[in-house]
Design a protein around this ligand. Structure first.
Ligand SMILES: [Zn+2]
Length: 190
């Protein structure tokens, strides 16, 4: 590009302007606030104003724990049967015996009574549905289902397969998920 080939309006030439930018950590910004956000290393807790310890947390650890504890204690209390696995609230930890709970408390140097335990629940065995299978795996749309399989065949297949599954696996799988009742085997019901 040769600028000599360009014709400017009569009496006009480009004017040199100085633009102010705000420098954040790595980038330049047109506004101060965006630069502050990029440069920041921490943010103030939404609840108490203390540093959250991380730019991406809205609450500090103490407030997060408090919130989590509040939610936990709002859950209904149920006695533990001593057998059903337990879930440690807000974690991915499950316990399959009282002993495991005690060992864990010892490991993390806390009291068993202070662990927020939830009675886990087993995942239910999924129900097999041949129509769902045909639709999902073979892309047979519901309106064409009739041409592929009759209602009585559907019923017969579903009954037979589900009975087989129930007989061999049972109503629930040996896979656990968080339940909705808090519990303890130490007296901390309140
Ligand atoms: Zn806080």
């Amino acid at each position: 590009m040769d600028v000599n080939n360009y014709i400017l309006p009569e009496g006009e030439i480009p004017i040199k302007e100085t633009l102010s930018l705000w420098k954040g950590k790595h980038h330049y910004f047109r506004d101060f606030d965006s630069a502050v956000v990029e440069l920041a290393q921490d943010i103030k807790c939404k609840d108490c104003g203390n540093p959250t310890g991380n730019k991406y947390y809205l609450l500090c650890e103490a407030c997060r724990n408090k919130k989590s504890a509040e939610k936990y204690f709002q859950l209904e209390y149920r006695e533990w049967d001593g057998e059903t696995p337990l879930w440690l609230y807000d974690t991915d930890i499950y316990f399959f015996s009282e002993e495991e709970v005690v060992d864990y408390a010892y490991e993390v140097d806390t009291e068993v009574a202070d662990l927020k335990l939830i009675i886990a629940k087993p995942l239910e065995t999924p129900y097999f549905d041949i129509e769902e299978f045909l639709y999902e795996k073979l892309e047979i749309e519901p309106e064409y289902m009739e041409s592929v399989i009759s209602d009585s065949e559907i019923e017969e297949i579903n009954d037979s397969i589900n009975e087989t599954i129930l007989n061999s696996i049972g109503k629930t799988l040996n896979v656990w998920a968080p339940g909705k009742y808090r519990t303890s085997f130490i007296n901390n019901k309140e």
